[in-house]
Design a binder for this molecule. Structure first.
Ligand code: AMP
Length: 293
């Protein structure tokens, strides 16, 4: 596995991989969720390129940029064991040299949900992802369901700016008790960690209500909120959206829905989401539904 830190070295390493490459973008502190993306890339392509970069521009002031975990050697061992060919780990100065002044903005689909909660977040995400796409030239790039809005936003950018690549969406990898894996779970106290299973249980309750015939967003939210009543944290939002446009849905509908939620434990925000019907939460269902072709 080659580890490269500069743009010229990355360009050289990328050229040596040939045409067909699966690309996985990460901020490091890797867990099984990231590795599920790498495994999918490995299955689909002869070569896999991964990036590790804690992108400062997607953190708002007061967020956890300085304390975000950075266990680089461990991450590299995990990527090596997973069969990655090239890892790009640039410094902030390499990605944002003095004089940097270009930003990419995606409009409507960044307005609600995490876009509303974290002003500036998606402009930071979209700009760095556009740079990484230009530099790594993916055949297929792999994103996690965990950040469903991010998938919709990146798909929009890929369409609008004509990036010649395919996006695959990989289902959320979970701990045995249902908690969605996240690099931020390490911030939780023992008690918060126990309570944090509420998010998955709330999604399951909404999924069961949906299967039982509930298609009114009010009823589906009520099913989730009944579980979250005991979550021991502060519910920031539980939202039902059209999975293609991310428009909020407030009327009963037969169309698939994206249920997203954020619960705050102290300063830690935990996100989770699922498609309704729950049978769509597979690679195929997610890839087709979160934006479609
Ligand atoms: P991050 O390092 O948090 O920027 O995440 C890098 C990629 O891994 C993103 O596409 C995430 O959506 C994805 N990811 C993060 N957590 C999970 C998870 N639990 N299951 C599947 N994918 C995930």
């Amino acid at each position: 596995m080659r580890v490269v830190k500069t743009i010229p070295d990355l360009r050289g390493a990328r050229a040596a991989l040939g045409q067909s490459v699966g690309v996985v973008l990460t901020m490091g502190a890797l867990h099984e969720g990231h590795l599920a993306l790498v495994r999918a890339a490995r299955q689909d392509h002869d070569h896999v390129l991964a990036t590790i970069f804690v992108n400062p521009t997607q953190f708002a002031p007061g967020e956890d940029l300085s304390k975000y975990p950075r266990p680089l050697e461990r991450d590299l061992d995990l990527l090596r064991a997973a069969g990655v060919d090239v890892v790009f780990t640039p410094s902030p100065e390499v990605m944002y040299p003095p004089g940097f002044q270009t930003h990419v903005t995606v409009e409507c689909v960044t307005e609600g949900l995490e876009g509303a909660a974290r002003p500036g977040h998606f402009q930071g995400v979209v700009t760095i992802v556009a740079k990484f796409f230009n530099l790594t030239q993916p055949t297929t790039t792999y994103f996690g369901q965990k950040d469903a809005q991010q998938v919709v936003v990146i798909r929009q950018m890929v369409r609008d700016l004509n990036f010649p690549l395919t996006i695959a969406v990989i289902p959320t990898e979970r701990e045995a008790d249902g908690l969605a894996m996240s690099s931020r779970n390490v911030y939780l106290t023992t008690e918060q960690r126990q309570n944090a299973t509420s998010l998955h249980r709330a999604l399951q309750a909404a999924g069961e209500a949906y299967t039982a015939g509930e298609c009114d967003p009010q009823g589906l939210r009520a099913a989730a909120l009944a579980v979250l009543a005991d979550c021991g944290g502060e519910v920031e939002y539980v939202s039902l959206n059209d999975p293609r446009t991310l428009a909020e849905v407030d009327q009963p509908t037969e169309s698939p829905l994206l249920m997203s939620m954020v619960v705050r434990y102290g300063k830690t925000r935990l996100l989770d989401n699922g498609l309704l019907p729950a049978s769509l939460n597979t690679r195929e269902g997610l890839t087709a539904t979160l934006g479609g072709e």
